[in-house]
Unconditional design. Structure first.
Length: 417
């Protein structure tokens, strides 16, 4: 049993409908979902980071404003006021507050532990250069190795004199963890959509591919000459209609093949009879004595008659071929149908005598002229009379009658065969 991975690779390597569907549908949908997922993760990342930065900037502004109003205008005590604010800082669980003097030395921290070394503070530099007295920095803390965001605000008195700075620091690890959860959940949803589309699409594709393969297999067998094979129809949809069409086609081809075989058999028999007669009389003439003129005359007459019969058969075959190829043409002209019928009857007078048949032609005084193909009508008369002679035994009768029905002429040929 093939593994799923092997089946997928096989589908991708195939050149049928399944491969095109994999590329056009699943491939495009996967790419689209990947773009949506990346955009979603980026949007969530940007949203959370901007939200944290905005919140910290707001807290920094509020703290700086409260600090300025808490100072005693007469005897401002920076350290005592800062210590009160640090002790009352309510966000100790989520961020750390550092209070520094005007030279950047850390005086107080909300954790109670002073740093034992001087760290780089790009946000402090930005705050000193900013007209609003705020600076923000995001990066990796060299001590903890965590990704952090820091916001520094200038602490001033009511006169606008800078007394020190307050720095807020928070770790972005919980935020990144939350973003990671959102990314995994959204990625799982996208993957589930792709898997659902893949398997539902495979079910749909199989409902098309499997019948098409069966139709192809049956069509190949029909092309090989098996006209008895049929396709099993399961649904009344487009595939079902195609199955009906192929089955009907097989039936029609089978019927045509049967007719063709019968036609070839009949033509072979019809050609063999005059050829046998010609060969027999030719051998008889070859074996007869020169003075046996009666036998030679009789034999030559038979050979001539059978040759004319073969010529007529060949002409019929050519006409049949022209009809099949759409090249059969009728030459319509005003004709004397009575004259054409008389000529055909005359052609069979000697044959009737030789075969001991009675040829009766109730010839009318006249028949109206008609529009038709002279050669084709004569051919029809000759073929019908030839058939009547062929199936009539010696002593029989072939009778030709005509009836003028006004708007058409009825010609009746009867025999006793």
């Amino acid at each position: 049993m093939k593994k799923p991975k092997g089946r997928v690779i096989e589908l991708l390597r195939s050149k049928g409908i399944t491969r095109r569907w994999m590329i056009n549908s699943v491939g495009i949908m996967t790419a689209l979902l990947a773009v949506i997922w990346i955009a979603f993760v980026f949007a969530v990342h940007t949203y959370y980071y901007n939200m944290v930065g905005s919140y910290m900037n707001t807290e920094a502004k509020l703290y700086a404003s409260q600090f300025a109003h808490s100072l005693d205008p007469k005897e401002p005590d920076f350290f005592s006021t800062a210590k009160d604010f640090v002790d009352g800082f309510g966000e100790k669980a989520s961020m750390e507050l550092l209070v520094m003097d005007g030279k950047g030395n850390v005086l107080l921290t909300s954790s109670g532990f002073l740093p034992d070394h001087k760290t780089s503070m790009p946000d402090l530099t930005t705050a000193n250069q900013s007209s609003q007295g705020l600076g923000e920095w995001m990066g990796v803390d060299k001590v903890s190795g965590e990704k952090v965001i820091a916001v520094t605000s200038m602490l001033k008195d009511t006169q606008g004199k800078t007394l020190g700075t307050a720095r807020y620091i928070t770790s972005l690890t919980p935020i990144d963890r939350q973003i990671g959860i959102f990314s995994l959940v959204s990625g799982a949803i996208c993957l589930a959509i792709i898997v659902f589309v893949f398997f539902s699409g495979m079910y749909f594709i199989r409902s098309i591919v499997v019948p098409v393969r069966e139709v192809t297999s049956v069509a190949e067998r029909i092309a090989a000459g098996d006209y008895h094979v049929r396709i099993g129809k399961t649904d009344n949809d487009e595939i079902g209609k195609l199955c009906d069409t192929i089955n009907n086609l097989a039936g029609e081809l089978g019927t045509t093949e049967h007719i063709k075989n019968d036609f070839i058999s009949s033509v072979s028999h019809e050609l063999r009879t005059p050829l046998t007669a010609i060969k027999g009389w030719a051998e008889t003439i070859m074996a007869s004595k020169p003075e046996d003129t009666e036998t030679m005359h009789k034999g030559m007459q038979v050979i001539l008659d059978e040759t004319s019969r073969l010529s007529s058969m060949v002409e019929d075959l050519l006409d049949f071929s022209r009809m099949q190829n759409g090249r059969f043409r009728m030459v319509i002209d005003k004709i004397d149908i009575l004259a054409e019928l008389e000529e055909a009857v005359l052609m069979f007078t000697d044959r009737a005598r030789r075969e001991s048949l009675t040829l009766v032609f109730n010839e009318p005084d006249e028949l109206p002229h008609l529009m038709g193909d002279r050669n084709r009508l004569r051919q029809v008369f000759v073929n019908i009379l030839d058939n009547a002679f062929k199936y009539s035994a010696a002593g029989g009768e072939v009778k030709i009658e005509t009836v003028n029905c006004g708007d058409h002429i009825k010609i009746i040929i009867t025999d006793t065969g």
